[in-house]
Design a protein around this ligand. Structure first.
Ligand SMILES: [Zn+2]
Length: 481
């Protein structure tokens, strides 16, 4: 999922340097943006990246060439193989079987089903020089999209793990031949396109713990990098199921029952009634996927499933609290009970100038096509935002399709020269970045410093938002995690 739906909205705003979309956010962020600006001037990531990429380094050149050769040798064929055998999220069993057998044959130890997700895996390799060095992480996805005529790889996720394996192979070769200590982990992350958010679940289960850096590739309609800061591609989202439990009875003796469907309908209407009390950027969409089994039985169970979205997470917490209260009110009014299951959360992610500028410098150096020099809004390197808050990382995405995301055109470009060339470049760029991270202590320090500072500034920004909203929504809202 990579959406540019807010491009129009943001292009209308005067504050080009921000990822904040509402007037409230922009006002609250003013101080914080100035501090981000000062931080970036101090670190100067583009100058640093130019120095790193411009350096003559035979070992690095050999490693990046190795990644390209590894792609050509069999990873391109593996990418096409997965591309022609699409499986939707949570059902990527054949892809996982194939990918883990390839990783096992390359010396990785494999754990499938991590975080109780059947199609999630971690592949781990430790250098024979020991584990003392950094732990380098690669994220690989493999889920396809659902269309009326079946599954298809319209977001090119088929290429992601083969790219990661090409990178891992190049690093293994370098680390073994040069006796460099460290660990490589390939994280197989399922179901990017559907909820609940797999990476959040894996992160909460501690799967990414101990990883120093995470790198991920993705399809792209241009070669661009993010601006340093925090933000999100689309909106902050809570995915919430409200499960109403009543008591079944025959409708002819309905006084013995408690009607869960009545509670759900009452709740659904209450949420519609709330819409005008929310700020205009709010987006709330819901369905009633369960509402009973037969007309002559009082429904004992009904489910309402909502996506609640807002540009910032503080106001989102306020909306969610009011909607939760509406559900409790509907339960009280009908003598039923409600269980609130917040099964998915997407939040602002952190984008680091140190790593995004390094990616971009490599992309230009290697002649990546369709370079867009304008830095994009920061959105982190993975779609849930949570992982980016704890582990520094970067998303590498060289132009790989002439057609937009989630289309048959993007799928066919992924299986032909346009995609193949991009994926090979992705593999080489990712190898270069991880080599630099592994061998360059001052880069590691700059990455750690920038990540720590931006995380602190994100906390400050949320505190500012809480203060600004307080007269309207009350104090302390949105400080949940
Ligand atoms: Zn995607």
């Amino acid at each position: 999922m990579r959406t540019l739906s807010l491009t129009l909205l943001t292009s209308l705003l005067p504050v080009v340097a921000s990822s904040q979309t509402t007037p409230t956010e922009i006002a609250a962020a003013a101080d914080v943006l100035a501090q981000i600006e000062a931080l970036e001037q101090r670190i100067d990531p583009s100058a640093m990246s130019a120095r790193i990429v411009g350096r003559n380094d035979a070992a690095r050149s050999a490693l990046m060439a190795y990644a390209g050769t590894a792609w050509d040798a069999d990873m391109q064929a593996l990418s096409d193989h997965i591309g022609r055998d699409p499986e939707v999220g949570w059902a990527e069993f054949r892809a996982v079987d194939t990918l883990v057998s390839v990783l096992r044959s390359r010396g990785f130890s494999i754990e499938v089903g991590v975080a109780d997700l059947p199609t999630a895996f971690v592949a781990t390799w430790v250098s024979s020089a020991g584990p003392a060095g950094p732990t380098l992480g690669l994220i690989g996805e493999y889920d396809a999209l659902r269309d009326i005529d079946g599954a298809f790889h319209g977001d090119q996720h088929n290429a992601q793990t083969p790219i990661a394996i090409a990178v891992a192979s190049a690093l293994q070769h370098y680390m073994e031949s040069s006796r460099v200590a460290g660990t490589i982990k390939v994280f197989g992350t399922p179901a990017e396109e559907v909820g609940p958010p797999a990476k959040t679940i894996m992160h909460d289960a501690g799967v990414f713990d101990g990883t120093d850096i995470l790198v991920r590739s993705h399809s792209s309609v241009e070669t661009a990098r993010g601006r340093a800061g925090f933000g999100v591609c689309c909106l902050n989202i809570n995915e919430v199921k409200y499960v109403f439990s009543g008591r079944p009875a025959h409708q002819l003796t309905s006084w013995n029952g408690r009607n869960a469907l009545s509670a759900a309908v009452r709740f659904y209407s209450s949420v519609d009634g709330l819409r005008s009390t929310f700020r205009p950027e709010a987006s709330i969409q819901g369905v009633i996927p369960e509402g009973g089994v037969a007309p002559n039985v009082v429904p004992a169970r009904a489910v309402v499933d909502y996506y609640i979205r807002y540009p910032d997470e503080v106001y989102l917490a306020h909306m969610t609290r009011m909607i939760d209260d509406a559900a409790r009110g509907a339960a009280l009014a009908t003598g039923t009970e409600v269980t609130i299951d917040r099964y998915g959360e997407y939040r602002d992610g952190i984008t680091l100038g140190t790593l995004d500028e390094l990616y971009f410098a490599y992309a230009k150096e290697l002649g990546a096509p369709r370079i867009n020099e304008v830095p994009q809004r920061p959105a982190g390197y993975e779609e849930t935002g949570w992982v980016t808050r704890d582990i520094p990382g970067v998303g590498v995405s060289v132009f790989s399709s002439r057609e937009t995301y989630h289309t048959k055109g993007m799928e066919s470009d992924g299986l032909s020269e346009v995609g193949h060339r991009a994926f090979r470049l992705d593999a080489q760029i990712m190898s270069g970045i991880l080599y630099d991270y592994l061998t360059n202590a001052s880069l590691r320090e700059a990455v750690a410093e920038e990540h720590k500072e931006l995380k602190g500034l994100m906390g400050e920004y949320h505190q500012r938002l809480r203060e600004v909203y307080a007269p309207e929504i009350g104090p302390g809202v949105g400080a949940e995690r």
